[in-house]
Design a binder for this molecule. Structure first.
Ligand code: PEP
Ligand code: MG
Length: 452
């Protein structure tokens, strides 16, 4: 994204000189020495307090990301791996810089601002201009604790190790727990993991990781989603050589379409859910990603039944992420789901034809495009008519204007990033009060027919 950036070839840049810019994707300011990572094998070089500079982060890099002071990537948009994981870890990050690996050099001290998206040269001492704000503990309006809202405000979790931090926000539950980060952190594709360790180990691995989140939130609900990993991410892992090579992995073999083609694999994931239910975790709910129509949802439901998940006792639902699923919302509701989650990262990608991971077109990734707003409104209306819960789990659910819009449309919950929960809650509370006030004023203006 950077246009006029200063290289270090002609000597050290002055402290404060802008070196590159990108999309601020995890708030906070951090200062530290640059470590350029060209290959995942080099991730061990990252020491506590380094600034990782890389083309794009990968699931195996999470331990190094945890150690780092900040993260800069050349590629990726606001919904890329680097953006999602850094937000949860509370590590300031900027994605889509375009040239960070070119213009920065190993050992150079930089200060990055994960809100503004700027990277500047730091002085030798390299004191951070401000302390990094890991989010999660901001003042709330009026003091005395967070406002209680009728619309639930939940939180997204991808890294179970961030569960406690997420739970401490006081969120009403987890709107989306992504299983892919759990599975990908094993460094093996699911198939390879099962081949090496057996089915039982696979079920145990998943159930133990979900359990960390279910424990941190109990009795608040945790919606965990079956695997939705694109083949290009799986290809990076051990066993990845077996993955099909796809030109458009985002449009390819992922989510429910893969699960339905490999039912034995998704049944192992579902067995992990069943195990948790049997252990008494009645707060764990199942969610399926990327269905296109009612038949996708029906077949997923049948697999849950085959595994013995009691749908009367445990809520289940589907992500709405494709234009087809938006049009088929009534039929999908008829399959008996308890909730839908609006996956705007994919809705926007597919409705606007903008690759969510392509920094080149990131400025066209418009969550507020009228088509998107209209589509979401239709889904919420259909669900409300049928008593089905609605939530938003995409990145835009953390945006105050989106929260306000969706509350006005009658959404029943929102799920945000950890660092956005407080602000979203404040916006929701205010939007609800505004709706009540408008209603009260309408009644004063038009008191209706009088009796007697
Ligand atoms: C989404 O698409 O908005 C979503 C929440 O799912 P993911 O980002 O994991 O595709
Ligand atoms: Mg999605």
């Amino acid at each position: 994204m950077s246009s006029e950036t200063e290289t270090v070839e002609d000597g050290e840049p002055d402290p404060g000189a802008e070196l590159t810019t990108g999309y601020g994707s995890s708030p906070g300011v951090a200062t530290g020495p640059v470590k350029i990572i060209e290959d995942i094998e080099e991730a061990d070089r990252i020491d506590e307090g380094d600034v990782i500079v890389t083309e794009m982060t990968a699931p195996d890099m999470v331990p190094a990301m945890k150690r780092s002071a900040g993260i800069l990537t050349d590629e990726g948009g606001m919904t890329s791996h680097a953006a999602i994981v850094s937000r949860e870890l509370g590590v300031p990050a900027i994605v889509g810089c375009g040239d960070a690996t070119d213009v920065l050099r190993d050992g150079q001290r930089v200060t990055l601002d994960g809100q503004k998206g700027t990277v500047v040269a730091a002085d030798a001492e390299g004191e951070a201009a401000e302390e990094a704000d890991p989010g999660g503990s901001r003042d709330v309006e009026g003091g005395g604790g967070p406002p209680t809202t009728a619309t639930e405000v939940k939180v997204n979790v991808s890294i179970p190790d961030a569960a406690q931090r997420a739970a401490d926000t006081g969120a009403d539950g987890v709107g989306l727990l992504r299983l892919e980060h759990i599975l990908l952190s094993t460094s093996k594709t699911p198939e390879k993991y099962v081949a090496d360790h057996g089915e039982e180990a696979f079920v145990k691995e998943i159930s133990e990781e979900i359990r960390k989140v279910a424990d941190a939130f109990y009795p608040r609900p945790v919606r965990a989603r079956t695997l939705d990993a694109p083949t290009d991410e799986l290809a990076e892992l051990e066993g990845g050589e077996e993955e099909p090579h796809e030109h458009n992995p985002m449009l390819g073999y992922r989510g429910i379409r893969r699960s339905l083609q490999e039912p034995e694999m998704v049944k192992l994931e579902l067995r992990a859910f069943k195990r948790l239910h049997d252990m008494g975790y009645d707060n764990v709910e199942v969610m399926f990603p990327l269905p296109n129509d009612a038949s996708d949802v029906r077949r997923a439901r049948e697999l849950m039944d085959e595994v013995g998940i009691d749908r009367k006792q445990h809520d289940w639902g589907a992500m709405i992420e494709t234009p087809a699923s938006i049009r088929a919302i009534d039929e999908i509701i008829d399959e008996g789901i308890d909730f839908v989650a609006l996956g705007t990262n994919d809705i926007v990608q597919f409705m606007l034809a903008v690759d969510r991971n392509n920094a080149q077109v990131a400025d066209r990734f418009d969550d507020f495009h009228p088509t998107i707003l209209e589509a979401m409104s239709e889904v919420i209306e259909a669900c409300n008519e049928n008593g089905v819960d609605t939530t938003i789990t995409g990145q835009s659910g953390s945006h105050p204007d989106m929260a306000k819009f969706l509350v006005e449309k009658g959404i029943t919950s929102l799920s945000s990033n950890i660092d956005a929960v407080d602000e979203v809650r404040r916006v929701v509370a205010r939007a609800e009060r505004r709706l009540q006030l408008d209603e009260a004023r309408k009644n004063v203006d038009d008191p209706g027919p009088r009796l007697g």
